[in-house]
Design a protein around this ligand. Structure first.
Ligand code: SAM
Length: 286
């Protein structure tokens, strides 16, 4: 339930790390709280200070910037920890979206936790969630893979592991690797439905809801431009049980309402389907 926080709760505390989500394209997506925190922290640790300067300028924020990225994260991370221990507050921002999702934010969070430094999330845009929600694919159970890393063989073996996963999977991909990745996905996952989300929240936002084979064909003649999220349908083999996407209570309701069973028999049938005890089904329902 939404709790309307008062200004006291929104106060920036000393010795605290703030993970501040920034827009993934549309500058209006910055939150009021993000602007407040960015304005009030002692310094902002940014993945690319030039990119962040533009955002700060657009929002009238003047806090000092500190460079923290993949290639200096060890030394820069140590400096951030020192400054936090001395009582300063820090906001971590990445080029776009939610820090710690496929970017160096993850490391500074771990270091802060190891040093007992409080970490506070200031949530906002995240490319993976934005793409998933408009995909039209199942959002009930999903997995996030980020970038498929490594050699061709490593990517294939990663996809082979994912192939039997019934959950929707979300990938990030750079435009120059998109065609190759789509082809590997087609050969390892089969001709699944995908939602290819390009330039989300930007003027050129485009969402292609197609099968992998069609996406491969499209990019044989079109050069991919911009940023992409690939949302891939989960495995839909014949063995998928009818209750796969039901909650426990929906599953029990299916037997009681649609099959006319009494409550006890419905719980027993649900437990049998799921290979769990009737007691655990009962506990889930209360
Ligand atoms: N932490 C960020 C987040 O979760 O929103 C993502 C950082 S990751 C280094 C950058 C990748 O996110 C891009 O290569 C692209 O795959 C995806 N991405 C970011 N912004 C996007 C956008 N506006 N449209 C589509 N994909 C986007």
């Amino acid at each position: 339930m939404t709790e309307f926080t008062d200004s006291e709760k929104n106060r920036v505390e000393s010795g605290t790390l703030y993970l501040v989500a920034t827009p993934i394209g549309n500058l209006s997506d910055i939150s009021e709280r993000a602007v407040k925190v960015l304005n009030e922290v002692s310094f902002i640790a940014a993945e690319d200070t030039r990119v962040t300067s533009k955002l700060l300028f657009a929002s009238g924020i003047r806090s000092p910037l500190f460079s923290y990225h993949e290639h200096n994260k060890k030394e820069a991370g140590e400096k951030i920890i020192e400054r936090l221990k001395s009582g300063q507050s820090c906001a971590v921002v990445t080029d776009a979206g939610t820090p710690a999702i496929s970017d160096p934010g993850e490391d500074i969070v771990k270091s802060c936790i190891d040093s007992n430094i409080p970490v506070v999330s200031v949530p906002g845009a995240c490319a993976a969630i934005t793409a998933l929600t408009v995909s039209g694919l199942s959002t009930r159970r999903f997995a996030f893979e980020g970038f498929l890393e490594g050699s061709d063989a490593e990517k294939r073996s990663r996809l082979a592991e994912i192939a039997s996963d019934k959950r929707t999977t979300v990938f990030y991909e750079a435009p120059h690797r998109l065609s190759e990745t789509l082809s590997i996905m087609l050969s390892e996952l089969g001709d699944r439905r995908i939602s290819l989300c390009r330039e989300l929240t930007k003027i050129n936002e485009e969402i292609l809801r197609v099968r992998l084979s069609e996406a491969v064909r499209i990019f044989e003649s079109t050069v991919p431009r911009g940023e992409f999220v690939i949302v891939v349908e989960g495995c839909t083999s014949e063995e998928t049980p009818f209750w796969e996407n039901m909650t426990v209570s929906e599953h029990v309701a299916y037997y009681s309402q649609k099959m006319g069973m009494d409550k006890m028999s419905a719980m027993k049938a649900t437990a049998k389907d799921r290979g769990v005890s009737k007691n655990s089904i009962y506990k889930e329902l209360i």
